[in-house]
Ligand binder design. Structure first.
Ligand SMILES: [Zn+2]
Length: 211
């Protein structure tokens, strides 16, 4: 099934390639927020959600696992019994290959968003000390932009619930290094969600932060 997801940035969102001086929230293409970046954020978000809400989820019949690994060798070890739920759904982040993700995220065609330049002060990542005169500029999307995506998942209610969980947790986690976002989802349930899926879909139907 396919449903629509809207992401609104509450903080300014940095874009472009990572530099020595600063980290960005959305890697890759300039002037774009690709679906693959949202999918990566959903993957991290699901991992966090399982860590933070594991007990609550277990009470609802969801005993979930997340290996939390990115290195392919460690993933192999962590998956000796069976692949964790995060990797089963989003695939493994192995070198260049997506590792059979069951989730597809596509950015909707729309007008390009306006990009602004912010001047920032470089912080040395190792020493955490302000560098002398290390001013640099970063391109950002200003707060309040809405980006729309289509998310495709199977009709399995459990997989749909995990995808909704990853989207809800994005509100409490972050996009990239520091991006604060709100999330809204077109209700995908149409009578085929389980209890958790229905709860999540109801909460995601409206923006969390009122305008
Ligand atoms: Zn895993």
């Amino acid at each position: 099934m396919i449903f629509r997801v809207w992401i609104k940035n509450l903080s300014s969102l940095t874009i472009g390639g990572s530099t020595d001086l600063g980290e960005v929230d959305i890697p890759m293409n300039r002037f774009q927020f690709p679906g693959s970046s949202l999918k990566g954020a959903m993957r991290s978000s699901l991992h966090r959600a399982i860590l933070e809400w594991g007990e609550e989820l277990e009470k609802m019949g969801y005993k979930l696992t997340s290996c939390g690994e990115i290195d392919p060798d460690f993933i192999e070890k962590a998956h000796q019994e069976r692949p964790c739920d995060v990797c089963s759904l989003f695939g493994r982040p192995s070198l260049g290959v997506e590792g059979r993700s069951k989730v597809t995220v596509i950015r909707d065609e729309e007008q390009e968003k306006k990009v602004y330049k912010l001047t920032r002060v470089g912080i040395d990542r190792k020493t955490r000390v302000k560098r002398n005169a290390a001013l640099f500029s970063q391109e950002v999307f200003k707060p309040g932009e809405v980006f729309s995506f289509r998310v495709e998942v199977s009709d399995d209610p459990r997989e749909l619930s995990l995808v909704l969980l990853s989207l809800l947790y994005l509100r409490y986690w972050r996009l990239g290094r520091s991006g604060m976002v709100d999330v809204k989802v077109e209700n995908p349930c149409r009578g085929q969600c389980d209890e958790l899926g229905n709860k999540l879909a109801n909460r995601l139907e409206e923006w969390e932060v009122e305008e």
